[in-house]
Every structure is written in C-alpha cells, then in structure tokens.
Design a protein around this ligand. Sequence first.
Ligand code: PLP
Ligand code: COI
Length: 368
Amino acid sequence: MDTLTTAALSFPVTPSPAPTPPASRDAILANPGFGTNFTDHMAIARWTPDDGWHDDEIRPYGPFHLDPAAAVLHYAQEIFEGLKAYRHPDGSVWSFRPQSNAQRMVDSAARMALPTLPVDDFVHSLRTLVETDMAWVPSLPESSLYLRPFMFASEVFLGVRPARHITYSVIASPVGAYFASGPAPVSIWLSRDYSRAAPGGTGSAKAGANYAASLLAQREATANGCAQVCFLDASEGRWVEELGGMNLFFVHADGTLVTPHLSGSILPGITRSSVITLAEEAGHTVEERPFSIEEWTDGAASGQITEVFACGTAAVITPLGRLRDGDRDIVIGDGETAGPVTLALRQQLVDIQTGQAEDPHGWMTQLA
Ligand code: PLP
Ligand code: COI
C-alpha cells in the first residue's frame, strides 16, 4: 500500500458536551494573544505497526492520559507543524499550502523514526477540526486560527528505540500577532555560545527537541532585550542559519534578496519558499547561498544591506531593526522603520492568505 497517498482516516466527530459560551469565545477572539486559548475540540489518531493509523476522531479538547513511562517524556521523539486558517471576506475558511506542511511532517517523521501520516489524512484532520470549530476562526486583521498538528511516542517503554505506539493530534488556537510589537521592527540576539542544530542532526526536521535546544539562547536574548535568537552554524560559528522559529532574508540596495540556503540544519520554511516566489515575480533576484555574519555586519554598516526580515507562519514577515552581538549593536536601516521591500512582500502574502488578492499559485485550500 502506498502510505503516502492512501488516505484512510475519517475523523468522526464526538461533540463537546460543554462548549465555550459564545460570549466568552467572542471575548477571546477580540483579543486572542498567541497560543494561550484553544478551541472546543481536537483531532487525534493512534498508530501501531500492526494496525497502522486508527482510533481517529475529533473529540472534546482535553488532557491526554499519558503514562509516566511514555517514551516522549524521556527521549523527546516528537514532531509538530504550524499553519493558520484564515477567515475570508465571504466567511469561508482557508489555509495556506497545507499540503506542504503535511509533506514536511512526512519528512520530519522520517528523520525522527516516526510513522508516515499520509498527506490527505493530515489535510482531512485539519478540515474536520476546523469545520467543527469554525466559529473559532477570528476575522480581525492580523488574526487567524493557528493549527498545531503534532505526533509523539506514546509507547510505555524506557528502552531506547523508535516507539511502537504513536499518537497524532491537532489542536487549534485563535491568535493575533506573534510579536506584541506587531509588524514593527524587532531586535535579535546573536547566539555565539549555543547552536541549535548541527550537520547530520535534526535541524531540518520540525522536532520539538530543536526548540528545547534553543531555549537557553532564547532566555539570553530576552535578558538582553531581544525578541528572538539568531543562530549560526555549529561547525564554524560563522554562517547565518535562522532564528529560533523563523527564516531570514537580507534585502540589498540593488534589490537582490539573499537567504541562507537549506544547509540541512535549518528548517525549510513554507513562508520562505513562498517569499522566494513572490520576490522573484516582483523582479527581485533571490540568492539561496551561504551567508556569513561578517557579510551581514559589513553590509549593514556600508548600507549595502537595506532591510532584513524574518518569516514564518507565526511571525508572517517581521522586520528586524537591530542585531545585538554581545555589547555591539548592528543597526539595520534606521533601526526603527520597516523597509519598503519587507512591507510590500508582507502585504502581498497577507492579501493572498486572507483572500484579498488573487491566488495564482493555488496556494490556498478551503477548509470550511
Ligand atoms: N524556522 C523555524 C525553526 C521554525 O520553527 C519555523 C516555523 O515554523 C520556520 C523557520 C518558518 O517555517 P514556516 O514558514 O513553514 O512556518
Ligand atoms: C510557526 O511559525 O508556526 C512556528 O512553529 C514558530 C514557533 C511558534 C515555534
């Protein structure tokens, strides 16, 4: 059986006996924050080698019953995805390139010795959950329903080997902007002491363990007044990789955009890939290549680099105002204002996602 294409799951719905009252839900949707409120239902499915994927359902949101010896709690065999559902002007709900998230989850699963969830089952789990919780999709600007599919080792076993009982789940959270500053430029901390990912490691998989590895540097960033961490490559400490949860683009005075190439230790962002397409269509040359920290420093000082932005599902496109390297600040542009290339790409992307612009690439999939 071709497990990559053969969808088998239907996710039958067991409705919540006590859904959130509409007035409370509306209060949350008016000011959603990021990742603190959740809808009334969740998707779940289980996998074993003998039965494949089974026990699929949409059920009331609530805790897992997890044995203390569940392998994920000990060996971090876990992956996740992140994508958003957007309310379009006609009230319908759409997501952006969900098949790409599904494929990335297939790739992450392969790296983390987890089973393949077929692309169509992944998309169907999103569709069924969003149909069930459609009232939770916000319609305010900059707001959406963040979907968080994830998969983990639920087998009760302390031996170190790929688990034989796996749980897949999707939860959904109404969200506003990831950064409290919205699309205003943020400051970034350059991590000189800690790496996020190494050659041969798990950096190109969306594995929870990568985020655990980034937290100490993130704490350092916060202590230094920065919103995020920029990681360099683990071998030489010279090549710019990505932020803890976003890819990077460098806009040059001649209109060229440079983004670090997919070295194997950075996440292949779906926003990154979309930005490359949109920028090329707008006439920019886009280079995917190694980009050193010296090139960043020199380019910002000389004015060769006019804008830097980070991109990802949560962050959309967020301008960077400064990079803090120890007690040295590398200022981008005037450090305070988002640049025109960043803003134009952001607007174009958001307009497609929210149904305000044509979708010539067929990136949008209707969920409800
Ligand atoms: N890099 C990392 C480490 C991330 O966590 C994310 C967020 O998902 C991205 C990049 C951007 O990926 P995407 O655009 O697919 O959200
Ligand atoms: C996302 O953009 O979806 C991410 O996963 C980044 C972060 C919230 C982990």
